[in-house]
Design a protein around this ligand. Structure first.
Ligand code: HEM
Length: 483
């Protein structure tokens, strides 16, 4: 029974000393599916032990809402692990920083900067459209040959983030860009292997191949970040803000000049660097992966692709490019994006939360310091909330006239919700819409004839990964005729 609350603890998976419940989880690489299925035996809310850490797993929207929204503050912490400490220099970023005034300040800063470069000034839209044009050029040049779109999508998304953060971008084959691709892949690969070091921190003293690789990749990342940072500091005058890095430097300057200085709100160089590192870490792999899932589903459902193109032909035509302001005109494309985010949530377990006080979820007491995993896969595949959840059906997000987009269930949280909601939600949605609209206006995406349709099964990792696949981008006859 939980202390003083009169409530009981959630049912727990069996646990052994030292290893906790790992035996129930080991050998199941698809962790989100394993946690989803365990509901059958333990109910939708249950507990388990990872080494010495008490972990609560939430599989229903009702409980997720309580954690993220109703009691958001109680659950706004993040676990500190060996890996996250390495990634964020001990939580000096946003995603892995613990809840507190400095984190709030940092988050607000980035939020303000994003809206400054976002919808208001149109700058981000221009950047995304420039990258979309370049992506279309590459697809056009590859005409009718089978192409792995992944590196091109990564470059497009990376360049958006680079322009936002540093006012710079990369050409194809740029060695600095190649280095960046390599280190990000290294980070994704190593962090994905639910690193045992995080459960048994004492393993660090033994040579660990993955940890060594992670450290090497982070060294490359930090060198690149540091170089950009130094360049910005040297060029910074305080009057013109060209990018996020400048915006952060400016805010720090004005905080330093304000008297008396606010204690506890000092942004060190490390804080600024890790904040920018976060935007890359949280903004590139996620958005790229959603685009890959979208392309993969379009290969599987050519009729969905055709419908998007018909809608575009009617509402936009072929003489001008799609704009962000076209979003209300293209509900079927918007619905398709929503359905991709539902059926294959790229962040199937969100980022773990931590309870900051003794609290409760539903009828269960939760102790301070518990790690809380929201299983978004379960929330998005709950049969009580969704009609045939395994079916890919963009129409479920549209009203009867097919005009307005809305979620048929509140059980839809692709970006999380509440205090820790994704900071890049608006930017990510702008990118998904514009990249897909630009590509589908010109091209029909097909599976190369000699290849089987690639699998729709994801692979659990930092994000829900798509296996490698190739695409043939065929220039549409309508586009050819119009241009
Ligand atoms: C956190 C989803 C793109 C920045 C998150 C979380 C999710 C998410 C589920 C965790 C919420 C939680 O722990 O409760 C996505 C998806 C994206 C995307 C699906 C693409 C389609 C981006 C982009 C950026 C970004 C482009 C950068 C501008 C962040 C940050 C956090 C975060 C900084 C941590 C927030 C915090 O801990 O306070 N995102 N994200 N994300 N995301 Fe995104």
């Amino acid at each position: 029974t939980g202390k003083g609350t009169g409530l009981g603890r959630p049912r727990s998976l069996p646990a052994l000393p030292f290893v906790g419940s790992l035996l129930q989880l080991a050998g199941h690489p698809q962790l989100h599916l394993r946690l989803w299925r365990l509901q059958g035996h333990y109910g939708s809310l249950y507990a388990l032990w990872m080494g010495s850490h008490y972990v609560v797993v939430v599989n229903s929207y009702r409980h997720a809402r309580e954690v993220l929204l109703k009691k958001g503050k109680d659950f706004a912490g993040r676990p500190r692990t060996v890996t996250t400490d390495l990634l964020s220099r001990g939580g000096k970023d946003i995603a892995f920083a613990s809840y507190g005034p400095l984190w709030k300040f940092q988050r607000k800063l980035v939020h303000t900067a994003l809206s400054m470069f976002g919808e208001g000034s149109l700058a981000l839209e221009r950047i995304i459209c420039r990258e979309a044009a370049s992506l279309c050029e590459t697809l056009g040049a590859a005409q009718d040959t089978a192409l792995d779109m992944a590196p091109e999508l990564t470059r497009a998304v990376t360049n958006v983030v680079c322009s936002l953060c540093f006012n710079s971008s990369y050409r194809r084959g740029d060695p600095e860009f190649e280095a960046m691709l390599e280190y990000s892949q290294g980070i994704v690969d190593t962090v994905a292997k639910e690193s045992l070091v995080d459960i048994f921190p004492w393993l660090q003293i033994f040579p660990n191949k993955d940890l060594a690789l992670l450290k090497k990749c982070l060294q490359v990342r930090d060198q690149l970040l540091q170089q950009k940072f130094t360049e910005h500091k040297e060029a910074f005058s305080g009057d013109t803000v060209k990018d996020l890095m400048d915006a952060l430097l400016q805010v720090r300057l004005s905080a330093e000049n304000s008297s008396p200085p606010v204690p506890g709100l000092e942004l060190t160089d490390d804080h600024l660097l890790m904040t920018v590192g976060d935007i890359f870490g949280a903004g590139v792999e996620t958005t790229t992966t959603v685009l890959k899932w979208a392309v993969l589903y379009l290969l599987h459902y050519p009729e969905v692709q055709r419908k998007i193109q018909e809608e575009m032909d009617q509402k936009i035509g072929l003489v001008r490019h799609p704009h962000l302001s076209d979003r209300p005109l293209l509900p079927y494309l918007e619905a398709t994006i929503s359905e991709v985010l539902r059926i294959r949530p790229v962040s199937p377990l969100l980022i773990p939360h931590v309870s900051l006080a003794d609290t409760s979820i539903g009828e269960y007491s939760i102790p301070k310091g518990a790690r809380v995993i929201i299983n978004l896969w379960s929330v998005h595949h709950d049969e009580k909330e969704w009609d045939k959840p395994e079916e890919f059906n963009p129409g479920r997000f549209l009203d009867e006239q097919g005009q307005h987009i809305h979620s048929p269930s509140p059980s839809y949280l692709p970006f999380g919700a509440g205090i820790r909601v994704c900071l890049g939600k608006v930017l990510a949605k702008m990118e998904l819409f514009l990249f897909l609209a630009w590509v589908l206006q010109r091209f029909t995406l097909e599976c190369p004839e000699d290849q089987p349709l690639p699998s729709l099964e994801g692979k659990f990792g930092v994000v829900l990964q798509v296996q490698k696949f190739q695409v043939k981008a065929r220039l549409r006859d309508a586009w050819r005729a119009a241009s």
